[in-house]
Ligand binder design. Structure first.
Ligand code: ADP
Length: 178
């Protein structure tokens, strides 16, 4: 069942004991604020050292590193779009972040993975729109792949939690009518 494999939770992504956590990074991959800053702080300086060797990451794509001091074995760094009003390809770029992160996860044998709410902090993507894109991409991917057991969507505040919970409920309801 789809609804057993996608779980919306509240909390701090750095604490999760999953195979991989996803970082909402920037193009440089050299650290930043928000969830990126929290992940680097918790993983320790070796994470930045490895990130330096990656030479950045284009928007919508993903790169993987070790998790170092994190409970997670891997960090998948993806770069979400900066919100520019919605007519500059932001939706498709955000969708690609989820798709490419999941592809990279599968290639590395990941079975449990946690996503933050990509692009909805400093990058300003409206959370209701982002949450619908996120759950749809994750569900579409899981429909075609059976190696990933669980995808957590980790919300850092109540607003995001409500939005992702509702988006998931709506998707599950829609799928049950198919
Ligand atoms: P972006 O630049 O992609 O918008 P941000 O890090 O600014 O990335 O915000 C993305 C989301 O991550 C926001 O909803 C923010 O509240 C959330 N966030 C910040 N810190 C954490 C954390 N430690 N764990 C999970 N989510 C977090």
């Amino acid at each position: 069942m789809l609804s057993d494999r996608i779980v919306v939770t509240k909390g701090d992504i750095v604490e999760l004991d999953v195979d991989a956590i996803v970082n909402a990074a920037n193009n440089s991959l050299l650290g930043g604020g928000g969830v990126d800053g929290a992940i680097h702080a918790a993983a320790g300086p070796q994470l930045l050292e490895e990130c330096r060797t990656l030479k950045g990451c284009p928007t919508g794509e993903a790169k993987i590193t070790s998790g170092y001091r994190l409970p997670a074995k891997w960090v998948i760094h993806t770069v979400g779009p900066i919100w520019r009003g919605g007519t500059s390809g932001e939706d498709e770029m955000l969708a690609r972040c989820y798709r490419n992160s999941l592809k990279l996860a599968v290639r590395n044998g990941v079975r449990t993975i946690a996503f933050p709410s990509i692009s909805t902090g400093a990058y300003g993507f409206p959370v209701d729109r982002a949450s619908r894109i996120a759950v749809r991409e994750i569900a579409d991917f899981l429909g075609k792949d059976s190696s990933i057991e669980k995808v957590l969507i980790v919300c850092f505040n109540e607003r995001a939690f409500d939005s992702y919970s509702r988006a998931l409920e709506e998707l599950v309801a829609e799928k049950s009518h198919d």
